[in-house]
Design a protein around this ligand. Structure first.
Ligand code: ADP
Ligand code: MG
Length: 247
């Protein structure tokens, strides 16, 4: 059994080496090039927003970066605790271990289990990795408290507001000690004030630990909270500032 990760902040990495690095990613669905040569570095302690029109490849990129989906071409390298590790070359079983141990996920709808309480939802991934129930629930309660949900541990998901439920999803994603958090439209179902609160929770809980956040969003206000925004178009990253070309 592994030790329970704690929410105690660790000093951010001073290394400029990317925590997660993608190079030359290509992913096709029949004639559609969902990813057409995407390269991207995500550093420790950094929040990166991915924007772009519907169908531009944002979700596909997120899924390939996170080892959910294998690319047809290209490399995804994670700076693992043991050193650099190519996750694109791994089999499904190993990739799922990396996802479980290194990554956390927050989706538009939290994908929380309505029959379970807030604390049980957050503790679940810890139980699945072999932690004892008492320790898992104590750790889960700590994360709920850190995200402003103290006193709501025993509520079922239906007894929470949309913003509170999203903070439960963030607590669940953080509880296993994920070093990269992936969020796909995490505020897509929320009003703008709640959206700002959820972004604060996402950013604070990730960056304070020197971890990284990759967030797909349509909302410029969400992107503005991130240190960097990349724009996708037709499966490619749009160059940040195209130099003026004299004609
Ligand atoms: N499982 C799939 N099967 C076929 N086409 C897909 C699949 N997933 C995505 N696509 C296509 O790939 C392109 C990029 O999709 P996606 O990454 O979901 O874009 P976004 O998240 O930016 O809306 C779109 O043209 C979409 O229709
Ligand atoms: Mg999408």
């Amino acid at each position: 059994m592994t030790s329970t990760p704690t929410p105690t902040p660790i000093p951010p990495s001073t290394s400029t080496q990317a925590l997660l690095s993608a190079a030359g990613l290509v992913k096709t669905y029949g004639p559609t090039r969902a990813l057409d040569g995407v390269s991207l570095d995500v550093r420790a302690g950094e929040a990166v927003a991915i924007m772009g029109a519907s169908g531009s490849g944002k979700t596909t990129l997120l899924h390939v970066l996170a080892g959910i989906l294998p690319a047809d071409q290209g490399a995804v390298t994670l700076q693992a605790r043991s050193g650099p590790m190519r996750i694109d070359g791994l089999g499904e079983r190993e990739r799922s271990r990396v996802r479980r141990e290194e990554f956390g996920f927050v989706f538009q709808q939290g994908l929380l289990i309505p029959e379970l309480t807030a604390v049980e939802n957050v503790a679940l991934p810890l139980l699945l990795t072999g932690h004892a129930r008492d320790a898992a629930e104590a750790h889960a309660a700590q994360w709920l408290g850190a995200l402003g949900l103290g006193g709501m541990e025993q509520r079922r998901i239906g007894q929470l507001s949309g913003g509170q439920a999203q903070r439960v999803a963030i607590a669940r994603a953080q509880a296993t000690g994920a070093r990269v958090l992936f969020a796909d439209e995490p505020t897509g179902a929320l009003d703008s004030a709640t959206s700002a609160d959820v972004m604060t929770a996402l950013l604070d809980s990730t960056l304070a630990q020197g971890h990284a956040l990759v967030v797909v969003t349509h909302d410029p206000q969400v992107a503005a909270r991130c240190g960097r925004t990349i724009r996708m178009r037709d499966g490619r990253v749009v160059p940040e500032e195209a130099p003026e070309v004299a004609r």
